[in-house]
Each structure stands twice: as structure tokens, then as C-alpha cells.
Write a protein that binds this ligand. Structure first.
Ligand code: HQG
Length: 179
């Protein structure tokens, strides 16, 4: 991603996941917001964002963080929200194992409480170790935990997969985590 695209992606993530008020926009109950209104609010000097640039960011974003509706009149973040919205996605059977990238300083607490969602709406899990490594690396030297998602599913825990492939669940008790 180019520097401008990365900063647009970060700004959109912040607005569409955590703080739409900051830009004076609202999200509907499924997290969607009007593209016309979003562009209008962003395009206040010295900032500029054209529809073409927004389409480019959505299409080329390295984690496909944003989704347009069919006619590109609405946009939302695919996952990662702390604001209370319902993604409206159906529960899905996970693979036997999923992965979670974290860092050493959280391990004692995770051993104690399991994985908890904190301020976000879900615990985020990755399908492959490489992605989990990238997630953990945001905070330091990554530690990859293996999650027995198949066992959890068999015990009636609900899983979802976001539009961009991230696995979501409510919590992961310690007994399902391989440290
Ligand atoms: C940790 C990014 C102490 C957890 C990523 C993590 C992801 C605990 C941090 C998405 C804990 C929460 C989410 C416990 C969990 N005690 N620490 N009991 N349980 N933690 O950012 O999973 O690039 O809210 O290990 O790719 O790191 O922004 O979650 O370190 O998909 O698109 O608490 O954000 O996506 O941190 O990342 P986060 P996450 P983007």
C-alpha cells in the first residue's frame, strides 16, 4: 500500500470501526454508512478523497478491511468494530484449529481468563499462522496460540467469518488454548 493509501485505510478503520462521530457520520445497525456523505465529510481542506481513490483503497487494501454494497452507495468495515453494530453474518463451522497472535506480556492474563474481546465486539482469530504472526507483530515479538476451534464448535460455541476472512467468536476459555 502507498503511504497515502495506508493513512486513508487507518483513518477509515478508526471512523468506521470506532468513532463515526468524529467525522459527524452515523452507521446503520449493520455498520454501513453512505459513501456520498462520507466523501463529503472527508473532503474538507486540507484533506481530499475522490470516489476513485476510495474505490482503489477498498479494492487494494492488504486485508480487504472495507466492503461496498452492490451499487457502491454504502461502505462498512468488514470486522474489528468496537461500536455496537451487527455484521449480520451467519454462524459458520470453523476449521479444527485457528490461531491467535499476541505478545508475552498478555500470556499470564490469557492463561488466567482465556481470550477476551476487550473493547472490540469479538475475539479475532486467524486461519493461518502467518496472519496470526502479523497480528501479534503489531505489538512486539509475536507469540502464536493455537485454538481448538473444532472442539469449541462441538461444544456449541458460535463462530463467524467476516467478509475479509477473519474468524470471530465471543470468547475462548483457557482449556481450548494451546500455549
Ligand atoms: C489480548 C487487526 C490480556 C489479545 C488484526 C490482543 C485483527 C488479552 C489484545 C484485529 C486477553 C486485543 C484484532 C486477556 C486477549 N488478557 N490480554 N485475557 N485476551 N488479549 O487489537 O486480536 O489490522 O483488540 O491477544 O488483524 O490483536 O486493524 O485484538 O493482543 O484482525 O485490520 O488483547 O485487528 O486488524 O487487541 O486484533 P485487539 P487483536 P486490522
Amino acid at each position: 500500500m502507498s503511504k497515502k493509501n495506508k493513512s486513508i485505510s487507518k483513518f477509515l478503520s478508526y471512523i468506521l470501526r470506532h468513532n463515526p462521530d468524529k467525522l459527524g457520520i452515523t452507521l446503520d445497525e449493520n455498520g454501513w454508512t453512505s459513501v456520498v456523505v462520507l466523501l463529503k465529510k472527508i473532503n474538507v481542506a486540507p484533506y481530499s478523497l475522490s470516489m476513485e481513490e476510495l474505490e482503489y483503497v477498498v479494492a487494494t487494501n492488504n486485508k480487504k478491511r472495507f466492503t461496498f454494497n452492490e451499487d457502491k452507495t454504502m461502505i462498512r468495515a468488514s470486522q474489528g468494530h468496537s461500536v455496537n453494530i451487527d455484521l449480520g453474518i451467519q454462524p459458520k463451522k470453523p476449521p479444527s484449529y485457528l490461531y491467535h497472535g499476541t505478545v508475552e506480556k498478555f500470556i499470564t492474563s490469557i492463561q488466567d481468563k482465556g481470550l477476551i474481546k476487550g473493547t472490540r465486539q469479538h475475539v479475532h482469530l486467524s486461519e493461518d499462522k502467518e496472519t496470526a504472526t502479523n497480528v501479534g507483530s503489531r505489538r512486539g515479538k509475536p507469540i502464536i496460540l493455537t485454538i481448538k476451534s473444532g472442539e469449541m464448535y462441538a461444544q456449541n460455541y458460535t463462530f463467524y467469518q467476516s467478509e475479509n476472512g477473519v474468524w470471530l467468536t465471543d470468547k475462548v476459555p483457557t482449556k481450548f488454548i494451546e500455549f
